[in-house]
Design a protein around this ligand. Structure first.
Ligand SMILES: [Zn+2]
Length: 322
């Protein structure tokens, strides 16, 4: 039976095919009632069939240092095969062939897919290192996951769960923006704008005063009340003050533009986000989905550390700023 399993696998038959074939032939595994993918895998990788026993090195090894025996951590912890006391059922060539076939299957099954199949492509970033998350397919588990290839502590997730949660988060953001717009909860911004305008008005008043004073110095010079030295000193001081106030006004006007921009931002984003949420699940076109997300989001960070469930992760949305 073991020889048959190895032969079928070398012929290119799959694990499911082999297990079904064995079950039809009436074979029974040592444990359980029927063969499955995992029992076949177990047999194909068991070195007992080449007359060897699987042996994992100890975590620590003894070493003599200065005449004393000490234990040190074994850095080269390897799986090794030692000669067993039984005869081989499978020859070494067949064994090596099977292991090579398995290796190539494993690589193909866990390949990273670079074509645009992830609607969150280039938006979804690792919450720990900031790098773009990768989409990885595991055909043996029938699972598509996203993960950071650099941060093992940031646990990956099923892509559909992340996608659903992202749209959910967008809806929450939309509701928040809507309420703020309806309640005219731009109040913080309105207040800033008012304060800003008041500062500008004050500056303009001061500027007028200083200009009048500067004009007056010319009169006083003409009337010979000011000496040339006094006039120069006085007018230079006033000119410096005027210059300073003009700079202040320019800065305040820049500030005002920024406040207005962020106020408009919400007014633009609300209908845009609504459109994304409405259209998102209407289409199966991944590129279109990606475009929709990119139209409102700069990026989204993903963090999942010591999760208690498969959807126990945090998404932080960074809306686009116009
Ligand atoms: Zn990372």
């Amino acid at each position: 039976m073991v020889k048959l399993i190895f032969r079928l696998y070398c012929e290119g038959k799959g694990l499911i095919y082999i297990s079904e074939r064995l079950n039809k032939l009436g074979f029974k595994p040592r444990r359980g009632s029927s063969f499955s993918k995992s029992t076949i895998t177990h047999i194909l990788t068991n070195p007992v069939y080449i007359g060897k026993i699987k042996y994992t090195d100890r975590a620590t090894i003894k070493k003599a240092v200065d005449g004393k025996i000490i234990r040190i951590r074994n850095e080269n912890k390897n799986v090794i095969y030692v000669e067993g006391l039984h005869d081989a059922i499978i020859d070494l060539n067949t064994w090596n062939l099977v292991q090579n076939i398995r290796k190539s299957h494993l690589i193909n099954n866990n390949k990273v897919d670079y074509s645009l199949k992830n609607p969150m492509s280039s938006i979804l970033k690792c919450g720990l290192c900031g790098k773009t998350l990768h989409r990885v397919t595991y055909s043996n588990r029938n699972d598509v996951r996203i993960l950071c290839r650099d941060c093992k502590e940031n646990v990956g997730s099923n892509i559909e769960i992340v996608e659903a949660k992202l749209i959910q988060s967008l809806q929450i953001l939309l509701d928040k923006y809507k309420i703020e717009l309806i309640n005219n909860n731009n109040s913080d911004m309105e207040e800033l704008l008012t304060l800003n305008q008041q500062s500008i008005d004050n500056c303009l008043v001061d500027l007028e005063k200083l200009k009048k004073q500067l004009n007056k110095t010319y009169d006083l010079l003409e009337q010979e009340i000011y000496t040339k030295e006094v006039f120069t000193e006085r007018s230079n001081t006033l000119k410096a003050q005027i210059k300073e106030i003009n700079t202040n006004i320019e800065n305040l006007k820049e500030e005002q533009k920024k406040i207005l921009k962020s106020k408009n931002n919400k007014e633009i984003l609300v209908p845009k986000i609504k459109n994304v949420i409405d259209s998102y699940f209407e289409t199966d076109n991944v590129e279109l989905k990606n475009k929709l997300l990119k139209s409102v989001l700069e990026k989204v960070t993903y963090t999942k550390i010591n999760p208690k469930s498969k959807d126990d992760f945090k998404l932080t949305l960074y809306p686009k700023i116009y």
